[in-house]
Design a protein around this ligand. Structure first.
Ligand code: GUN
Length: 294
C-alpha cells in the first residue's frame, strides 16, 4: 500500500483564496481592512524566514501587515510597552509575537499581555481555557491546520484512536484538544512515554510534533493510518546536501500509511493560511460582524 499524499500546499492555496475573497467583501461592504502586527525580536534565522512568509501572505490576502522588528537586546518592559500600544491601536486586529523569544523575556508574560481578542496565535490563557472548555475561541494555527488536513481524509474522526507525539503549548496540547473536540480518543505521548512505537501502532491518526528529524519510523505506523507530520527539521543528508525533513521517516511511512502529509508542503502552508483565517475572524468579532464560514 502506498499512502495518499495530503497536499497541504494546494489546500492552503484554496483556503487563502477563500479568505482573500472574504477580505474583499469586508472592504467593499464595511470599509474594513484587517490588520495584523507581526513582531519579531532578535534575528533567529528560522524565525526570520517564518515571519517573512507570514507578512507576505497577509499582504496577498488583502490584509495589512505591520512588521515590528526589535533587536535581540530588547527588554521585557520594552516589548510589553509595544504590546500595550498594539492592543490600543484600532487598526491592528491581530498581534503575533514570533516565538521563541530571547532569554531575558518571559514569553508567558508577553502572551498574557496580548488582548485575547487580538491573539491570532490562540496562545493567551483565556483562549487556551476557552478551547479546553469547548467555547468559541481563537485556535492555534498549526493545530487548526493539522485537523483540517486530517478532515480531508476522514469526514468524521469520531471514535478514532489519535496519538499526538509532543506536548508543547504551540502544537501538542492544542491539537489534542481539537481532536478531542472532534470526538477522537486522544493520547498525548512525550519524552517519558513508555514504548512509544507500540503506542503509535495503535493510532488511526498519528500527529508527530516532536522536532526530531525522522524519529517516527515506518514500522511504528498502523497500516492505513493517517499521519500528520508537523516537523520542519534542517538536516545534512548522506550526500552532504542540506535538506528539510519532518519528524516522520517519510520514505518508510509512505509505504504503510493510508495518508500522509509531506514535508515540506504539508502542515507548514496550512499554518500560514490558518493565521489569515484567525485574523479575519478576529477582525469580524471586533467589528461586530459575522465571520464567513470558511
Ligand atoms: N514559533 C513556532 N511556531 C509558532 C507559531 O505558530 N506562532 C508563533 N507566534 N511563534 C511560533
Amino acid at each position: 500500500m502506498r499512502a495518499h499524499i495530503i497536499d497541504g500546499k494546494a489546500l492552503a492555496a484554496d483556503l487563502r483564496a477563500s479568505i482573500a475573497e472574504a477580505v474583499r467583501a469586508l472592504r467593499r461592504e464595511h470599509a474594513v481592512v484587517p490588520g495584523i502586527a507581526v513582531v519579531l525580536v532578535g534575528d533567529d534565522p528560522a524565525s526570520s524566514v517564518y515571519v517573512r512568509a507570514k507578512s507576505k501572505a497577509v499582504g496577498e490576502a488583502g490584509m495589512k501587515a505591520v512588521d515590528r522588528r526589535l533587536p535581540a537586546s530588547t527588554s521585557e518592559a520594552e516589548l510589553l510597552a509595544l504590546i500595550a500600544s498594539l492592543n490600543a491601536d484600532p487598526s491592528v486586529n491581530g498581534i503575533l509575537v514570533q516565538l521563541p523569544l530571547p532569554r531575558q523575556i518571559d514569553a508567558q508574560k508577553v502572551i498574557a499581555a496580548i488582548d485575547p481578542e487580538k491573539d491570532v496565535d490562540g496562545f493567551h490563557p483565556i483562549n487556551v481555557g476557552r478551547l479546553a472548555s469547548g467555547l468559541p475561541s481563537l485556535i492555534p494555527c498549526t493545530p487548526m491546520g493539522c485537523v483540517r488536513l486530517a478532515r480531508t481524509v476522514h469526514a468524521s474522526i469520531a471514535g478514532m484512536d489519535a496519538v499526538v507525539i509532543g506536548r508543547s503549548n504551540i502544537v501538542g496540547k492544542p491539537v489534542a484538544q481539537l481532536l478531542l473536540a472532534e470526538n477522537a480518543t486522544v493520547t498525548i505521548a512525550h519524552s517519558k512515554t513508555r514504548d512509544l512505537p507500540a503506542l503509535c501502532r495503535r493510532a488511526d491518526i498519528l500527529v508527530a510534533a516532536i522536532g526530531r528529524p525522522e524519529m517516527v519510523r515506518g514500522e511504528w505506523i498502523k497500516p492505513g493510518a493517517t499521519v500528520i507530520d508537523v516537523g520542519i527539521n534542517r538536516i545534512i543528508d548522506a550526500s552532504g546536501k542540506p535538506r528539510i525533513v519532518g519528524d516522520v521517516a517519510y520514505a518508510e511511512a509512505v509505504q504503510c500509511a493510508g495518508a500522509i502529509t509531506p514535508v515540506p508542503g504539508g502542515v507548514g502552508p496550512m499554518t500560514i493560511a490558518c493565521l489569515l483565517l484567525n485574523t479575519l475572524r478576529a477582525t469580524c468579532a471586533q467589528k461586530g460582524l459575522t465571520a464567513p464560514t470558511i
